[in-house]
Design a protein around this ligand. Structure first.
Ligand code: NCD
Length: 314
């Protein structure tokens, strides 16, 4: 089935068919990255602009690598050193970049909904590369691709997400994508970092399906996939947990959990990792840790997204 999308703003508005389409396209495109010259001419002459109003390493380089593997041209903007410092609005920035020829914006912004706002007011396509505490759809797609590659089946598996569920856009997009694909999702973390019951409903694909575990061990025993998250301190600007050491003691993963987790349970993390907080350093040696596979799959997913958005209007 051919799918047409103009923007990729969130997982919430994607159908299961659209998700499957992007995943299958990424699987096909991944092969390009292992060729002696890892490049195809498909998007030659097309102009993609990275608009990053927040720090990023993986996401930004991964989008850039994806664009270049498809032979697109890229321009990179970062808020520092631009006219933003002279007071230019987001919309003026967009209009000027459109006048320069931008066809697709990759936007990371501290405000939830900023990419949706741009999509409404611009002729170009928009990809949300993370908007505040809201969503991070390409991270969820690459997480799903990694699980599919490693476990084959997603339907019926159990996914445990640990940490700052309330403020993590990765948690939100992951909760939605794994439920949409038929997995059971449960979340755990300190009470101050869990969403209120009303907020949680927003991320439930079927009412009553999202489970909250009060204790880490309760979720760990059942999980086929374990996703550890970073504490999003910059999102709330204050200490919502008594101490990092205490967080590690109750919600950090370490050697002591190896006895209770399922054999072959995958361990994932979107990065950046704080070793010694969400993961003890020894967890790097855990044989089913797939953190760099996630990063690698990020390029293929972003190639699939760029290609879909730039080759079919909706
Ligand atoms: C995440 C982000 O920025 O949302 N990182 C990423 O894109 N891989 C997660 C985080 O910052 O903790």
């Amino acid at each position: 089935m051919d799918i047409k999308l103009k923007h990729l703003l969130d997982i919430e508005s994607l159908s299961k068919e659209e998700i499957n389409f992007l995943i299958n396209l990424a699987i096909g495109l991944k092969e390009v990255l292992y060729r002696p010259i890892p490049k195809v001419p498909t998007l030659r002459g097309r102009l993609i602009v990275h608009l990053f109003y927040e720090p990023s390493t993986r996401t930004k380089f991964s989008f850039d690598r994806a664009a270049k593997a498809l032979s697109a041209d890229t321009l990179s903007f970062s808020a520092k050193g631009s006219s933003i410092e002279k007071g230019e609005t987001l919309l003026d920035t967009i209009k000027n970049l459109e006048a320069i020829g931008a066809e697709l914006f990759i936007i990371r912004h501290p405000l939830a909904g900023a990419p949706h706002f741009v999509a409404k007011h611009s002729k170009a396509g928009v990809v949300n590369a993370g908007d505040g505490s809201h969503e991070h759809p390409t991270q969820a797609l690459l997480d799903l691709l990694t699980v599919k590659e490693k476990l084959r089946e997603v339907e019926g598996i159990k996914v445990l997400i640990i940490g700052d569920i309330k403020h993590s856009r990765v948690a939100h997009s992951d909760m939605l994508i794994f439920q949409k694909m038929g997995a059971e999702v449960f979340v755990t973390g300190p009470a101050s970092l869990l969403p209120e019951p009303d907020e949680l409903k927003y991320y439930e694909v079927k009412p009553g399906k999202l489970r909250v575990c009060n204790k880490l061990e309760e979720g760990l025993r059942e999980a086929d996939v374990i996703i550890a998250l970073r504490i999003q301190r910059e999102r709330h600007g204050k200490a919502l947990i008594p101490s990092i050491q205490e967080y590690h003691e109750f919600f950090g993963l370490s050697q002591k959990h190896l006895d209770i987790i399922k054999p072959n349970a995958l361990l994932m993390h979107p990065g950046p990792i704080n070793w010694g907080v969400e993961l003890a350093p020894e967890m790097e040696e855990y044989p089913f840790q797939v953190i760099l596979d996630q990063v690698e799959n990020g390029v293929a997913i972003r190639m699939a997204v760029l290609l879909t958005l730039l080759t079919g209007e909706k």
